[in-house]
Design a protein around this ligand. Structure first.
Ligand code: GUN
Length: 284
C-alpha cells in the first residue's frame, strides 16, 4: 500500500492563516530580507517569502545588494537593521557570495530579530533545550510530524545532514520530543544500516535519490527536505519508490517547502513579540 502523503501545503495554509490573524492583532510587523547577488534559486525563495509575508499582513522590506558587496558593508547593513525600530525580523538569504563569512554575519544579527535562528545565542539555546527562535525548516518538519500524529516518544529517528539550518536543529527538536536520534552525514559508514532502523527518517542532503526504497523501514515516516532541480524537474532526496515502503512521506514539491515559509512567518511574529515584550520568551 502506498504511503500516506504528509501534505505541507495544507498545513502551511493553516499556519499562515493563524499568523495573519495574530499579525492583525499586533498591528505593524516589519520583516526585512537581504539578498546579496543574483543566485536564481535564492531569488525564487526570496520572492516566495515576500509574497507569503505580504499575504499574511507583514510590512516587508526587500534589500537587494550586488554580489560585490563587501563583508564590512553587509555587517554595516545588518547593524543598521538591528537598530531600526521599523524592523522586527531580519533574514539574510543564504548562501552568501564566497568572500563573505556567513558565520560572522550570523553573529552580527540582533538575536531577537534573527528570524532564521542562526545567531549562536539562538542555536545554543536550542542545543540546551530552551528554544528561542528555531530555524523554520526544522520547526516545519516537527509540525508536520505532529499533524500526522507520528509517535516521536522513544522512536528511532535518523536525520541525514548536519547543516546549521536544517540537520542540527531538526535533530535537536526530535531529541527534545524524546526520540532516540542519530545524525548521519557524508562520512557515515553504511548509511543504509542506519536508515533501515529509522521509525522517522529526515533527509536533508541535497542529492537526488540518496535514499532508495530498500533503505526505508516498512511503515516509517519519511521527511524529504531535498529540493533538487534536475532535467526531469524538481525532485527530492528520496527516490519516489520509497512511497511503496514508507507509512507516511512528504512530497516534493508540496511537503517541507511550504512549511519552511509558513514557519518563517511564525518566527517573524515571534521576533515581533520579543521586541514588544522587551525580552526573549521561550518557544512553547
Ligand atoms: N537559503 C535556503 N534556505 C534558507 C533559509 O531558510 N534561510 C536563509 N536565510 N537562507 C536560506
Amino acid at each position: 500500500m502506498a504511503a500516506t502523503t504528509m501534505d505541507g501545503a495544507v498545513l502551511a495554509a493553516k499556519v499562515r492563516a493563524r499568523v495573519a490573524e495574530e499579525v492583525r492583532g499586533l498591528g505593524d510587523v516589519g520583516l526585512m530580507t537581504v539578498l546579496v547577488g543574483e543566485d536564481p534559486a535564492s531569488e525564487i525563495y526570496i520572492r516566495r517569502k515576500h509574497e507569503a509575508a505580504a499575504a499574511a499582513g507583514f510590512r516587508t522590506i526587500d534589500r537587494r545588494e550586488p554580489a560585490s558587496l563587501s563583508d564590512a558593508d553587509l555587517l554595516a547593513l545588518v547593524d543598521e537593521a538591528n537598530r531600526d525600530d521599523a524592523v522586527d525580523a531580519l533574514l539574510v538569504q543564504l548562501p552568501l557570495p564566497g568572500h563573505i563569512d556567513e558565520e560572522r554575519v550570523a553573529r552580527a544579527l540582533d538575536p531577537a530579530k534573527d528570524v532564521d535562528g542562526l545567531h549562536p545565542l539562538n542555536a545554543g539555546e536550542l542545543a540546551l533545550g530552551r528554544p528561542t527562535v528555531v530555524p523554520a525548516t526544522a520547526v516545519g518538519i516537527l509540525a508536520l510530524l505532529r499533524e500526522y500524529e507520528v509517535e516521536l516518544e522513544g522512536a528511532r529517528a535518523v536525520v541525514i545532514g548536519r547543516s546549521a539550518i536544517v540537520g542540527k536543529p531538526t535533530a535537536q527538536l526530535l531529541l527534545a520530543a524524546n526520540a532516540t536520534v542519530t545524525t548521519c552525514h557524508s562520512r557515515t559508514r553504511d548509511l543504509a544500516a542506519h536508515t533501515r532502523e529509522a521509525d522517522v527518517l529526515v533527509v536533508a542532503v541535497g542529492r537526488p535519490a540518496i535514499v532508495t526504497a530498500d533503505m526505508v523501514k516498512p511503515g516509517a515516516a519519511v521527511v524529504d527536505v531535498g529540493m533538487n532541480r534536475t532535467e526531469s524537474g524538481l525532485v527530492g532526496d528520496v527516490d519516489p519508490g520509497a512511497v511503496d515502503v514508507a507509512g507516511l512521506i512528504t512530497p516534493v514539491p508540496g511537503g517541507v517547502g511550504p512549511m519552511t515559509i509558513a514557519c518563517l512567518l511564525e518566527n517573524a511574529l515571534r521576533c515581533a513579540r520579543f521586541r514588544r515584550a522587551g525580552a526573549f520568551i521561550p518557544a512553547s
